[in-house]
Design a protein around this ligand. Structure first.
Ligand SMILES: NC(=O)C1=CN([C@@H]2O[C@H](COP(=O)(O)OP(=O)(O)OC[C@H]3O[C@@H](n4cnc5c(N)ncnc54)[C@H](O)[C@@H]3O)[C@@H](O)[C@H]2O)C=CC1
Ligand SMILES: O=C(O)[C@@H]1CCC=N1
Length: 286
């Protein structure tokens, strides 16, 4: 790991769940100190106060202080929603310098669109992290614009490896990656919600249903990780011939479980692209 990360000032524009997941991970893993981190929102003073009290990071939603934070940062992480990009970029554009490193977590927004919207050649790292970065178990996809130096590539990799694993991929694979790992935690939570609900409906207490579901998902994920076995093979081991699991998997097949997941992954990717395209359309009209 390069030691650059412990020396740079990092500004987060947009202080929502993704920004918090990343900076919390950086702090808890001791990869960056709270004093290096500058967190800003357009509004919501209460949120800023809560983040400052909880993590000790610098926070502001005052326009002038925000400008100072951005100008002085070595790394700026763009963490606003796609719908807020256009207005936000208008404010940010005059503040950036080409020596700064820009990191985007915005779904669907390509590096060349960022270059166009900001009229810049500054180095841009496009990422797609996920919320499990909060606990150091994130999975982040990453690609680079042509102006990102090897040192800055390493810095961005180090930053996200501090909160999980990083896959450097070609930019045209970022949408499908979004479908798999960006949105992915939501599919697992959805499955957990459904398993718990079914357990309660079958007569388990809520506490027991939740506990069993959690341990089952945790155990299954760790089995894949620790045994190195293929999920299909591990599934086969649970599925006794003509037994209970065999019968339940048949029900999932009747509802086309695999197809449903496959379509959900693809749709997330498509929706990311739609959001990115919509940003470009707005800016062209402006
Ligand atoms: N939530 C997730 O699992 C993931 C989200 N992302 C991306 O992260 C970005 C943020 O998503 P969330 O954190 O979920 O959204 P969020 O709604 O929790 O946070 C967005 C924040 O940006 C702030 N904001 C909006 N305009 C601003 C401006 N002009 N200046 C400063 N702050 C501004 C809002 O006040 C809000 O606090 C999105 O672009 C999303 O595509 C990427 C990977 C995973
Ligand atoms: O739902 C979204 O748009 C973002 C991108 C992946 C996860 N959350």
């Amino acid at each position: 790991m390069s030691n650059l990360l412990s020396q740079v000032k990092i500004a987060f524009v947009g202080a929502g769940s993704m920004a918090e997941a990343i900076f919390r991970g950086l702090i808890e893993r001791k990869v960056a100190s709270p004093q290096q981190l500058y967190v800003m929102n357009r509004a919501n003073q209460e949120r800023m106060e809560q983040l400052r009290a909880q993590y000790g990071v610098h926070t502001t939603n005052d326009a002038q202080t925000r400008e100072a934070y951005i100008r002085e940062a070595d790394v700026v992480v763009l963490c606003m929603k796609p719908k807020d990009v256009e207005t936000s970029f208008q404010d940010l554009k005059p503040l950036f310098r080409e020596e700064q490193l820009l990191i985007s977590v915005i779904a669907g927004l390509t590096t060349d669109k960022i270059e166009r919207l900001l009229a810049t050649r500054m180095p841009i790292v496009r990422t797609m992290p996920n919320t499990s970065s909060t606990i150091g178990l994130g999975a982040t996809g990453m690609c680079f614009s042509s102006t990102v130096t090897p040192a800055n590539q390493q810095l961005a990799i180090d930053m996200f490896e501090a909160v999980g694993i990083v896959s450097v991929i070609e930019e045209d694979k970022m949408e499908i990656l979004t479908g798999v790992s960006g949105s992915g935690p939501a599919y697992v939570y959805y499955l957990m919600e459904a398993m718990t609900k079914a357990g309660i409906e079958g007569g388990l207490t809520e506490e027991t249903a939740r506990e069993l579901t959690l341990q089952t998902v945790l155990g299954a994920a760790n089995m894949v990780k620790l045994t190195g076995e293929d999920p299909a093979e591990l599934r086969r081991k649970v599925t006794s011939p003509n037994g209970a699991t065999h019968a339940s998997i048949q029900v999932l097949d009747q509802y086309d479980f695999g197809e449903a997941v496959s379509r959900a992954v693809a749709r997330s990717g498509e929706r990311s692209k739609e959001m990115g395209d919509a940003i470009a359309a707005q800016s062209t009209q402006a």
